[in-house]
Design a protein. Structure first.
Length: 187
């Protein structure tokens, strides 16, 4: 698979995700209990980010993890779940969640036709697929000071290097370090 970037698309794709110092986004079972609880009034820039997003795109496993959260976090966004299997949705989400399948460029083209302008790409495998396809324009990565030892990696085999431009880094309480990167066009 090629790592050529496809930034000619009218849809902006961003990643906003936390990961352990050893590069895992979840425990092997998908557990997120290692993530620190934010202090009152602090969400590490997430509210500012999510206000710019109209569509959230994730794989089925990530969506099933989201359904275990005490409160559904995407009330103001259209959610697209990538799956090839039938997905039973809670009645409250039938008009808010859409299932799709296909290669990343096809999915993004369909989302553009539906009016998507800024897509939040979430979940390890989905992020890797869209990076390989050259469809991610920015990544906001928050390193949590913990070593999990094993789990679901954010990165892995990407079939080549992806040049990034550092935009900014912010250090939060409890040692969280958030770095914002632009993905550069390969020239």
């Amino acid at each position: 698979m090629s790592l050529e970037t496809n930034f000619h698309t009218p849809v902006r794709c961003s990643v906003f995700i936390a990961l352990s110092l050893d590069g895992f986004i979840a425990r092997p079972d998908g557990g997120l209990d290692w993530l620190p609880q934010p202090e009152p009034g602090e969400d590490y820039g997430y509210s500012r980010f999510i206000e710019t997003v109209d569509t959230v795109l994730m794989g089925r496993n990530t969506f099933e993890q989201v359904l275990t959260f005490p409160e559904y976090p995407y009330a103001d966004q259209h959610v697209v779940v990538l799956t090839t299997r039938l997905l039973a949705l809670p009645a409250r989400l039938t008009d808010k969640v859409q299932c799709m399948q296909g290669d990343p460029a096809q999915i993004l083209a369909r989302l553009a036709e539906q009016g998507a302008r800024h897509v939040y790409v979430d979940g390890g495998e989905t992020i890797r697929r869209f990076l390989r396809a050259g469809l991610i324009q920015e990544m906001i990565l928050t390193r949590v000071p913990v070593l999990l030892g094993r789990g679901i990696p954010l990165f892995g085999d990407l079939d080549g290097e992806i040049p990034l431009e550092h935009v900014e880094t912010v250090v939060y309480s409890h040692g969280l370090v958030q770095s914002h990167y632009r993905v550069l066009l390969k020239g």
